[in-house]
Design a binder for this molecule. Structure first.
Ligand code: HEC
Ligand code: HEC
Length: 568
């Protein structure tokens, strides 16, 4: 009898031991709390000095997301409306690329499951240029991740003027809540987004609803086939493929900046001029581009003067595919179930600061863990001219047309212009599509968006929201107005800003238009009706309506609070 027990024990222990060896053949990464403390500026590269790794964007620059929201006069709610905004902005009227990821590997993975999957969105359009402004270039430059249970949208978007990706959060994104758009603690995001870029898994993307089994699990858990926050439950695998491509495009924006700055070096203005020259040749005629031309070889020579000896790495933005459903099946699945446990919805980090809770979740196999240090995909050398293709990527199709229009439809003329530009144009600064378009057309094109000095200042995460203690008269403004008028990236609409109750009160009193904006009775049937607040299609308006007579009283009090000036 004893012998049987021992034999069984030996088999079980042996199997578990085998399982441990088989399932974790790579070394586990250090915990996220340790990784987030490491300074990613330690490399001391020229590009690190020129493109800093600060949490807030460099002065006078903002993320594409901020520009989008400011230009739209505020952040749409609910999430389906944010998706709709990206569709409306797309000249082709197409939806952005969307996917559902119920069992993923992101920081907030513990807050998502089949019934409440994480939604990821990638913008995929280039806006058309107009005679005064350039269209938004969003491909590879604007990504969202929304986890409903965490009431939070994560945002990765490109900052064109600073040449880097910004990491932001929309916190408190829920019905009747006051959302806050903040810049995240960058070091935390970069533990997984190691190249300072977007990341995504590789083919066949089993985590996403592009795979039937994952879509079926979501359908079963949700109980109906209705879109989830505007995203279809089942999607073609092509969406996952496109999402992956767009993250790779974004990844290469970063590499292009490094090739531009580090590849050509501090005094490499002629090298950068040559890179632009070739990029324009390539854009003009990719099929006829000769990578062995004398111009291309000239770039190689110029790069050789200052290219970093160790090369310039292309960060590995691809994670190995993970198949959360397949992992549970078969003999291997059974083995794995002996050594790991599943986590339940709500475990782990509830927000992006909650790292110790994240660490308590069962670990992933090291080779699947986004925290594991990934070596570069590729290491570029002075002989590689990938910077040319990288720079070409910054320009849109509309840009090529605009450039042709301003240069007599002659690429020879355009190239002659590049050769004649003063060297300062090619100084060691972040490459900016907008600035380059301005010099190449001789026109002071506006960027797609409003100027940064018309935007409210960027906010870092961790700054507490306003606590209303001494001035209860502020409460209705908090309930009905803060969502759109506090933390609005457009300065003009940020008139309920202020760090203290008194400061907020003062700002509200100064905004005399509030009195009329709340005078529904007087303006409802006039041409000013559209200026009444809150906007008719907002949740806050419906809340007022639901409050009936009490709502009317509240509105009256809010009006009395603001001196009347008849400035409507
Ligand atoms: C523990 C690892 C981890 C951390 C930390 C992390 N992310 Fe991610 N993130 C991922 C993974 C994995 C993906 C791709 C798959 C997915 O979304 O589930 C991703 C995807 C994203 C996406 C969609 C675009 C893309 O890159 O695929 C956004 C937006 C995003 N993260 C924002 C953030 C922000 C902002 C932070 C910091 C507050 C952050 N992430 C921190 C793992 C992480
Ligand atoms: C859902 C978002 C939203 C909510 C909630 C909201 N507003 Fe607005 N508000 C806007 C937008 C968008 C504009 C800009 C409209 C335009 O310029 O056409 C605006 C404009 C205004 C203006 C005119 C500002 C100017 O200088 O032109 C006032 C005043 C105003 N809101 C007051 C309020 C008050 C008071 C509340 C709360 C009772 C409120 N708003 C709630 C979105 C909102």
């Amino acid at each position: 009898m004893n012998r049987v027990v021992v034999a069984v024990a030996v088999i079980v222990l042996g199997t578990v031991g085998y399982a441990v060896i088989m399932l974790s053949n790579t070394q586990s990464p250090p915990p996220i709390t340790a990784l987030a403390k490491q300074s990613s500026n330690a490399r001391n590269l020229l590009s690190d000095k020129i493109i800093p790794n600060t949490d807030l964007p460099p002065d006078g620059t903002r993320s594409l997301f901020d520009h989008l929201v400011a230009q739209n006069d505020g952040l749409p709610y609910p999430f389906a409306k944010l998706i709709a905004l990206l569709r409306e902005q797309n000249p082709a009227g197409l939806d952005p690329v969307t996917l559902l990821i119920p069992n993923g590997r992101s920081l907030l993975k513990g807050q998502a499951d089949n019934a409440h999957p994480r939604l990821v969105v990638a913008a995929d359009y280039d806006g058309n240029n107009t005679p005064v402004g350039l269209g938004k270039a969003t491909r590879g430059a604007l990504f969202l991740g929304f986890v409903e249970n965490a009431n939070e949208i994560e945002v990765v978007s490109y900052n064109e003027a600073a040449g880097r990706f910004e990491y932001q959060l929309v916190q408190n994104y829920c019905k009747g809540c006051v959302p806050r758009i903040v810049y995240a603690r960058r070091a935390i995001c970069l533990t997984c987004h190691q190249g300072t870029t977007p990341i995504f898994s590789q083919r066949p993307w089993n985590e996403t609803n592009g795979q039937e089994a994952t879509a079926a699990a979501i359908l079963a858990a949700r109980g109906d086939n209705k879109p989830y926050h505007g995203v279809a439950i089942s999607q073609p695998l092509a969406n996952a493929e496109r999402f992956d491509q767009l993250t790779d495009i974004g990844n290469f924006y970063h590499v292009s900046q490094r090739l531009w700055i580090d590849g050509c070096g501090p005094d490499g203005n002629e090298c950068r001029r040559q890179m632009v020259l070739l990029a324009l040749q390539y854009s003009d005629n990719p099929g006829g581009f000769d990578a062995a031309s004398s111009d291309a070889n000239r770039l190689r020579e110029l790069q050789a003067l200052s290219f970093p000896k160790e090369g310039i790495g292309v960060p590995e933005s691809d994670l190995q595919n993970r198949d959360p459903i397949g992992e549970k099946q078969g003999f291997k699945g059974w083995l794995r179930s002996l050594i790991t446990r599943d986590f339940k919805l709500g475990e782990g980090a509830k927000d992006n600061e909650d790292l110790s809770a994240f660490e308590k979740l069962p670990p992933l196999r090291a080779e699947l863990d986004p925290l594991s240090i990934r070596s570069p995909k590729q290491n570029l050398r002075a002989n590689d001219i990938d910077g040319v293709y990288g720079l070409a990527r910054f320009f849109t199709e509309s840009d090529s047309k605009t450039l042709a229009e301003h240069n007599g439809n002659s690429s020879a003329k355009l190239l002659a212009k590049v050769r004649a530009l003063p060297p300062e144009v090619f100084a060691a600064k972040p490459f900016s599509r907008v600035a380059m378009m301005q010099v190449l057309t001789g026109k002071s094109f506006e960027y797609c968006c409003i100027k940064t000095d018309e935007m409210s200042p960027p906010v870092a995460s961790g700054v507490p929201p306003l606590a209303i203690k001494y001035h209860p008269e502020l409460q209705p403004f908090a309930d009905y107005c803060f969502a759109c008028h506090r933390g609005n990236p457009a300065k003009r609409l940020n008139f309920m800003a202020g760090d203290t109750e008194q400061a907020v009160l003062d700002s509200i009193k100064k905004k005399t238009e509030i009195r009329d904006a709340l005078d529904w009775e007087r303006y409802a049937k006039t041409d000013k009706a559209s200026k009444l607040m809150p906007p008719r299609d907002s949740a806050q308006y419906h809340a007022f309506e639901e409050a009936g007579a009490v709502g009317e009283k509240t509105r009256e009090k809010m009006r009395e609070f603001v001196p009347g000036m008849f400035s409507f």
